[in-house]
Design a protein around this ligand. Structure first.
Ligand code: B12
Length: 216
């Protein structure tokens, strides 16, 4: 079976909501030593994207969405320990506090970004989803974070990214913390408009952007 066939089956396992298949395919990818970053981005993520499309077209409803999200998490649970193993054994590149903004429970994309950052040598403190602005600020202060990463999947919670940056400015902390934003409705223009230091479209580019931002 080619990599392309395997990617297609991974995507299908998410679309079908078949947790056993999703995990079995992840194990197979590890056994045959595939590039796991590629497995996530080209195998499983297209599956979640297709589910999003089916939901938008009215073909899928909330239960299917939830089942697919659980499948994605199940596959990631298999892949994550392997990703960690390949983590570069060098001193940390920087300390990152990451989470999804308050009012938003979407965490698949945020988890992917957190896993990739961690696998690429950053120390990642993941606050989870539905995180209050105050919690981000307290944690960033407590661990002396180099970078705060904010995920938002809803147009309403994007505003929380803006509010956090406003709070940093209000408290005279804008120069102390670097902020990177992301999430499906977020783009470079939004990042510029709200004064974020960085933006990345996906987990791979987030690693590149984070490296640049902490070296600034
Ligand atoms: C799965 C899903 C759910 C699951 C979430 C499960 C989970 N644990 O995350 C469930 C079923 C729970 C859910 C619930 C809801 N959802 Co929903 N959901 C989705 C769906 C289909 C996929 C999202 C996803 O996981 N994508 C795959 C990941 C890999 O992509 P991603 O999240 O974009 O992340 C990538 C990048 O954006 C980036 N990234 C992400 N975060 C960050 C952070 C940083 C710092 C950086 C640099 C990059 C970055 O990198 C990631 C990896 O490549 C989207 C549709 C879509 N097309 O996006 C709707 C969608 C986001 N949901 C939507 C809605 C409306 C809801 C609900 C309000 C539905 C309801 N009526 O109850 C609730 C929200 C509840 C809440 N308060 O949060 C809307 C949002 C509309 C809007 N404009 O605001 C969407 C767009 C669907 C639609 N078209 O209507 N949802």
């Amino acid at each position: 079976m080619t990599d392309k066939d395997l990617f297609a089956r991974m995507a299908q396992s998410i679309i079908d909501g078949n947790k056993d298949d999703a995990q079995a395919l992840a194990k197979e990818a590890i056994d045959v030593q595939m590039n796991l970053n590629e497995v996530i981005e080209s195998g499983y993520v297209p599956g979640v994207q297709k589910v999003g499309q089916l939901w938008e077209e009215g073909e899928y409803f909330l239960p299917e969405l939830i089942t697919s999200a659980e499948c994605m998490k199940a596959a990631m649970a298999v892949l994550k320990p392997e990703l960690q193993k390949s983590q570069i054994e060098t001193p940390t590149l920087g300390r990152i506090v990451i989470g999804t903004i308050e009012g938003d429970i979407h965490d698949i994309g945020k988890n992917l970004v957190a896993s990739m950052l961690s696998a690429n040598g950053f120390e990642v403190i993941d606050l989870g989803a539905d995180v209050k602005i105050e919690t981000f600020l307290e944690k960033a202060d407590e661990v002396d974070a180099d970078l705060i990463c904010l995920s938002a999947l809803l147009t309403t919670t994007m505003l929380g990214q803006k509010r956090l940056i406003e709070q940093l400015e209000k408290r005279g902390l804008a120069d102390r913390f670097v902020v990177m934003v992301g999430g499906a409705p977020v783009n470079q223009k939004w990042a510029d408009d709200i004064g974020a230091d960085g933006y990345a479209e996906n987990a791979m580019t987030a690693v590149r952007a984070a490296k640049m931002l902490v070296n600034k």
